[in-house]
Design a protein. Structure first.
Length: 453
């Protein structure tokens, strides 16, 4: 456990330097921040620097980082090979209108590693990767509709985000998922072009894909949807999605922007999914902005312009910029099969210890996740779909208290999102995670004892 004299009770301290920065920010930034995902309790705390598996805030507190910029930094902070490679690159320039050899090198690495990736295109974010994967499916099939999982997160493209914030009406869930737009003013036609289905619902996904086959370009699926609960996919569900889509002429688009970190060959290969297109991001940029669309050559030809009209124009001033290409290649080269196996062993250890604590105390919690990812739920049974993982008011309050408890113990545990491990971590870095949870369960039963009833 980290020294409490140094860390202090982070959730209960004034954080004077962060407060001063936030006061400045609110005078110039809309809502004081630039991402809705920034946690405020009641204000955000600002980061001074990162050191491997740790971050140091502007008020001097050092925290074990289980967020890693929303799972992006698989090598943690200040990874020396990337830093050194980028410093050398900066001497030669940062971006050009013409291509460079660096985009070829990263493409070759990804195509050799990820099954089904025969051709690629680079963009600047995961949102763009999903957006252009959907557009590619539309251009290839000539259809406009998108089928997607209730509650899953796929970025900020209108058709990809409809239904990601699903919630019960008057404490009851509708019988069938509804593709509600995520913000006011979204064109009504967006919802008309989105078909929602429930994760692990074999009969439901088969029925809905068949019924809407004539208008669906693709089915968009995260093999283990993180925001929806970091849910384990049933093999029968994965098989139903793929077989039904193939039968109905619907392309399968796998969103692996986050879950590519589940193994050397990614998440689809891990769970037996064979997508036509894969959206990638986060870890493939080595800590710099990036996104990529990869897939079957036949489908990826929609981006081509040689000898015919381009079916899908795709530009981007900073797409395939040398900085992201070099940092991504260096970071991915270091992610060998052996390094993925080491991360998975550490993830298995953390999940096993958390579950042992839950069972020992009979606490109404459970743990989901795989590889280097885990998520704690204030639920007695492991959720199988988003509706099971959805937090009511009491459960959300418990999880907020849990995040504060971890913060007081010197560990940054994301609220309502996947926690992740990074390669700089060693076995000794795992103890603060498991001991913080054990202490919480042991001393806070008054907060959660009614959750399992």
């Amino acid at each position: 456990m980290l020294d409490q004299e140094r860390t202090g009770r982070l959730s209960g301290r004034a954080l004077p330097r962060s407060k001063a920065l936030y006061d400045r920010a609110t005078a110039v930034l809309a809502d004081g921040v630039t991402r809705v995902t920034i946690e405020r309790d009641p204000i955000p705390f600002y980061i001074e620097r990162g050191e491997g598996a740790y971050i140091v805030d502007v008020d001097g507190r050092r925290l074990l980082d289980l967020n890693n910029n929303f799972t992006t930094l698989i090598h943690g902070h200040g990874y020396a090979p990337v830093s050194e490679g980028v410093v050398e690159l900066l001497k030669t320039g940062t971006c050009f209108a013409n291509p460079t050899q660096h985009e070829i090198a990263l493409s070759e690495l990804l195509a050799a590693r990820i099954p089904g990736v025969e051709r690629l295109r680079f963009v600047n974010s995961g949102t763009e990767a999903v957006m252009f994967a959907i557009k590619a499916a539309r251009a290839f099939t000539g259809k406009s509709g998108v089928a997607r999982i209730e509650g899953a997160y796929h970025g900020a493209y209108d058709w990809a985000e409809a239904g990601q914030n699903a919630s019960p009406d008057a404490q009851n869930w509708p019988d069938h998922p509804i593709a509600r737009p995520s913000y006011r003013g979204t064109p009504r036609t967006v919802a008309e072009d989105v078909v929602m289905f429930r994760f692990n619902d074999v009969d439901g996904v088969e029925r809905q894909l068949v019924e809407a086959a004539d208008r669906l370009a693709c089915v968009l699926i995260d093999p283990m949807p993180s925001r929806a609960g970091l849910l384990h996919p049933d093999p029968e569900f994965i098989e139903a999605v793929e077989k039904t889509a193939r039968r109905c002429g619907i392309l399968v688009v796998a969103d692996e922007v986050l879950n590519l970190r589940q193994g050397y060959t990614g998440a689809s290969a891990r769970y037996g999914l064979h997508p036509d297109l894969i959206a990638m991001g986060k870890i493939i940029g080595g800590g710099f902005p990036i996104g990529a669309i990869g897939g079957r050559e036949e489908v990826m030809q929609v981006f081509g312009s040689t000898g015919r009209k381009t079916l899908l124009p795709q530009g981007g001033t900073f797409s395939a910029n040398p900085v992201s290409m070099v940092s991504g290649r260096i970071a991915m080269e270091a992610l060998t099969p052996e390094e993925f196996q080491r991360l998975e062993r550490m993830g298995d250890h953390v999940r096993r210890e958390l579950i042992a604590t839950i069972q020992h105390h009979g606490a109404p919690f459970c743990v989901t996740g795989a590889a280097s990812l885990f998520r704690i739920h204030p639920k007695a049974s492991e959720p199988r779909e988003y509706r099971d993982a959805y937090l009511n008011e009491a459960e959300a309050a418990v999880m907020k208290t849990l995040s504060r408890h971890f913060l007081d113990a010197g560990v940054l545990l994301p609220f309502g999102a996947a926690a992740c491990l990074s390669t700089p971590m060693t076995e000794s870095d795992l103890e603060p995670i498991t001991s913080a949870f054990a202490e919480f369960v042991k001393t806070n039963d008054h907060l959660y004892k009614e959750l399992g009833q």
